[in-house]
Design a protein around this ligand. Structure first.
Ligand code: TRP
Ligand code: ZN
Length: 873
């Protein structure tokens, strides 16, 4: 072995990777051939790579091949046995004499022992891969970074009875059988790709097939592979796939580029799904659906995740990321694309409201806590921790703002240019922004700060009126975040309208683009002070502070022609009331007046004949506890919970007759997938929710009837959700019935766990403890872990128990799960990291649990990073 004096210098802080340190790879790998001898507990991998010195890189004779837990059984260079290599941590280093070589390395891996579900792993007797972000290095030694693009040829052989189906990326080339009961297949993917998009599946699967003809006439064979028995539940996923393929042609001019598109559904999966070229791999929960086992929300999630992964074929695969700091390049853009698709498939206003609700519930807390980071982070220790609501959902909002600034038509010119310029490349966020600037004709110089600065900007609005002129003044502040104490002003495009109080109309929408710390706009011709509707359509991902009176909010809730703004006025009406109540700023008469105003607004929504029921449901949903808690410093989460429940109870009682009438009306609507039928189901359970808070006995009886009459999962789950929160005799029987009825259906049993972990029941925390010991519970299935613990952590009433028991439960889980699956364990840390936002006693209890986790030796890099940042930030 040689002394490698030309090793690169060690990074300044060990374990921290900085965006500024990016260097092009010294070596490229134009081709790779992989040969697998498959078996569940011992798979032999032989990889042959052609390496070439990168003319654009700094010349180095040293080739670094990343590995994670691999041992090389044999290393050949240019066909000759080679001993001049060494290990550096998990990586294999070879010193090479020339500028082009062929290297073959053989390794042996044990998929059945791979509980991390990263790399090649076993799930229910089948073998499958998950390589994003850095899983390929758990399969073969390779420069495992997204700017190394290779053409893949894959050969695999295995027992025909155990693995009758053998799949990989691209096209099947050849296959055959051996006399010893094994068979083999060869696949070739003509499109160069980074290693994170490699995929292989071997198992006993059945396919549902269809076909799509692209607009230029390419016939594409579509197949969705599932376990025997599940093939009756793939129809919705297949319809969603076909609709996505068509929509991407029409909306973005993007056509599919292979003759085959395979999807495989697997039960054990760390994330939602994965966009591997030509072979998407999905969590079963985003594929399988039928009316008896999947809710309307499940149907929507399937449609959007199938579309998301398909859209990655262009935004992610044809144009990929230079390095993982650019993750939002593919994820933010692809989330925007899937949101636009879902909006086109159903109700666009309802979809927009749902997306904003997710942003506020998941991303706003991230942005205001210790884990805050820009959509393009500057450093990380473990990249898996950056698959966040910020990179995904705020990333989508940032690109959506470009559509607001440019208009959809010009934005499309920008994306056309982006795809044309960077096809086949590993690109950066900067490349994307420049293509939109050039193609759409925008100047995004200052706008780029959205990529660099973390934190949710706050915009203070004031409206004055004098001498027929209305003046709108906007003032922005961007809060400090970890590592970013001082911020510069952002570009904030706010769609706005000024309403005439008497006519209830406005004269057209304005786009107010705030670029300075403070700016004013004047509008003439208003005899009376107008009502301001601002951030219509949620045109910018900011928090608006507005002194709007409840009279103005009631006006907008009734008259605003922008559906999002109407929803927002309803939300603000409730937020203002509940925040004041939690902060103890309401006297009895003010509390009564506030409740009555909300009650009147809700009664008007219930009675408005112009609303469709899906939208009506949005206007009736109270703001969530997490979003409310965000607005209150040093919050006592139990006060938020209690005040919100008290308002629900008041509304349930005050509008009791209306809720009962609504439940009756909606119960008479037959099951179907039309908007009318779905709207009825949404309102049916919503009515039960309000009734349950006011009149538990009546609600329990109604819920029981809804449960017994249910011919679909939306009604059944909704009824059981309400029963789960009540100390009612109907509760236990319904839970037992549900478990028996769906025994063996993993996805529905997940719901059974979730309903109890997320319930309003006063003893929910005890239920969670008991469920952790239930025979159906396991730490090795991420869906099951999330169903129990992530649902529990989002259930503020239970998780924030004053004695800290909820925090202890979650910390116990993290410590036990970490050695099994560090990726999933790390995703459970953020709820404990909110301690700075919470009142001091609970904050101390949360910190204590973080410190307890931090003291555990040998934590995964994933959990170590999240816990450290949560304590420091
Ligand atoms: N790229 C996937 C997506 O569509 C995300 C993903 C799949 C992922 N598997 C993962 C992220 C494993 C982290 C770990 O968004
Ligand atoms: Zn994605």
């Amino acid at each position: 072995m040689t002394d490698l004096s030309n090793s690169p210098p060690l990074p300044a802080a060990p374990g921290v990777i900085n965006r500024a340190d990016y260097r092009p790879p010294a070596w490229l790998v134009p081709e790779i051939a992989l040969d697998f001898a498959l078996a569940l507990d011992a798979t032999r991998v032989r990889s042959t790579i052609r390496v070439e010195a990168n003319p654009a890189g700094e010349p180095s004779s040293l080739l670094r091949l990343n590995g994670d837990g691999l041992a090389a059984r044999e290393v050949l260079v240019d066909g000759q046995a080679h001993n001049d290599w060494r290990m550096d941590g998990g990586d294999l280093l070879i010193d090479l004499p020339g500028a082009a070589h062929e290297i073959t390395i053989e390794t042996l891996i044990d998929p059945s022992a791979n509980t991390q579900l990263s790399g090649l792993y076993a799930s229910g007797g089948m073998l499958c891969t998950q390589c994003e972000a850095e899983g390929f290095r758990r399969i073969a030694f390779f420069p495992d970074r997204p700017d190394v693009l290779s053409v893949y040829s894959v050969r695999m052989a295995g027992d025909k009875a155990a693995f009758p189906v053998l799949l990989a990326n691209g096209n099947p080339v050849a296959s055959g059988e051996n006399a010893d009961g094994t068979h083999w297949a060869e696949w070739h993917d003509p499109w160069p790709k980074p290693s994170y998009l490699f995929a292989l599946v071997a198992g006993d699967l059945v396919a549902t097939r269809d076909r799509f003809v692209t607009r230029s006439g390419r016939a594409v064979d579509l197949a969705i592979w599932v376990r025997q028995g599940d093939e009756t539940r793939t129809g919705h996923a297949m319809r969603s796939l076909i609709a996505s393929m068509k929509w991407d042609e029409e909306a973005y001019g993007r056509e599919y580029d292979l003759d085959l598109f395979n999807i495989v559904a697997v039960s054990d999966f760390n994330a939602g799904a994965m966009e591997n070229k030509g072979l998407n791999i999905f969590n079963t929960r985003y594929i399988l659906a039928d009316p008896e086992t999947a809710t309307d929300a499940d149907y929507d999630a399937i449609e959007s995740v199938v579309a998301h992964e398909y859209f990655h074929n262009w935004s992610g695969n044809r144009v990929t990321c230079r390095d993982w700091f650019q993750l939002s390049l593919k994820e933010g853009f692809t989330v925007l694309r899937d949101q636009q698709f879902s909006a086109a498939m159903g109700s666009a206003p309802v979809k927009r409201i749902e997306d904003v609700r997710i942003l506020r519930a998941a991303q706003f807390p991230e942005d205001s806590g210790p884990l805050a980071h820009p959509i393009r982070p500057d450093s990380y220790q473990e990249i898996s921790n950056f698959y966040t609501a910020t990179v995904y959902n705020k990333g989508a909002e940032v690109i959506r703002m470009m559509t607001v600034l440019a208009g959809l038509e010009r934005f499309r010119k920008g994306t056309d240019l982006y795809f044309e310029r960077h096809d086949g490349e590993a690109a950066t966020c900067e490349d994307f922004v420049r293509a939109i600037e050039d193609g759409a004709g925008l100047d995004l110089a200052q706008f780029r700060r959205w990529y660099a600065q973390a934190g949710t900007p706050r915009v203070e609005v004031s409206l004055t009126h004098a001498g027929g002129t209305a003046r709108v003044t906007l003032r922005q502040t961007v809060p400090p975040t970890p590592g970013q104490p001082d911020k510069l002003p952002m570009v904030i495009p706010l769609r706005a309208a000024l309403f005439d109080r008497t006519s209830g109309t406005h004269r057209g929408e304005e786009l107010l683009v705030l670029t300075e710390t403070e700016q004013s706009w004047t509008f003439d011709g208003f005899a009376e002070p107008p009502v301001l509707s601002i951030n219509r359509g949620f045109s910018a991902p900011v928090a608006i502070s507005s002194p709007a009176s409840s009279a103005d909010l009631l006006f907008l809730a009734k008259h605003d022609d922008d559906p999002f703004a109407r929803y927002e006025a309803m939300q603000q009406l409730v937020v203002q009331h509940l925040v004041a109540a939690v902060e103890g700023r309401l006297g009895e008469s003010e509390r009564d007046a506030g409740r009555r105003a909300i009650g009147d607004a809700i009664a008007a929504v219930l009675a408005d004949p112009a609303l469709d029921d899906l939208m009506r449901g949005e206007l009736l949903i109270l703001p969530g506890e997490a979003y409310l808690a965000e607005q209150i410093p040093a919050v006592d989460p139990s006060r938020v919970h209690d005040e919100r429940e008290a308002l629900k109870a008041w509304l349930g009682a005050a509008l009791g007759a209306q809720w009962r009438a609504l439940h009756d009306r909606c119960s008479a609507v037959a099951y179907g997938l039309s908007a009318e039928s779905r709207g009825a189901r949404k309102l049916k359970t919503l009515a039960l929710v309000f009734l349950a808070a006011a009149d538990p006995a009546d609600a329990a009886a109604r819920a029981k009837r809804q449960y017994d009459a249910a011919d679909n999962m939306t009604d059944r789950q909704g009824a059981l959700m309400v029963l789960c929160g009540l100390e009612a005799p109907e509760r236990a029987a319904a839970l037992a019935d549900f478990h028996d009825r769906f025994a063996g259906n993993m996805l529905v049993i997940d719901k059974w766990f979730s309903l109890q972990a997320g319930s309003l029941h006063p003893r929910a925390i005890e239920h969670v403890k008991a469920l952790a010991g239930h025979p159906d519970f396991t730490l090795t299935n991420p869906n099951r872990v999330r169903a129990l613990y992530m649902t529990f952590a989002a259930n503020a009433g239970a998780f924030h128990a004053a004695d800290g028991e909820g925090y202890r439960l979650l910390a116990d889980l993290i410590v036990r799960l970490d050695p099994i699956n560090g990726n999933v364990a790390a995703r459970c840390v953020p709820p404990l990291g909110r301690w700075r936002k919470v009142e001091p006693q609970r904050a101390a209890l949360m910190r204590a649990q973080l410190e307890r986790i931090a003291a555990v030796p040998d934590l995964s890099r994933d959990v170590r990073e999240q816990v450290t940042r949560s304590l420091e930030g």
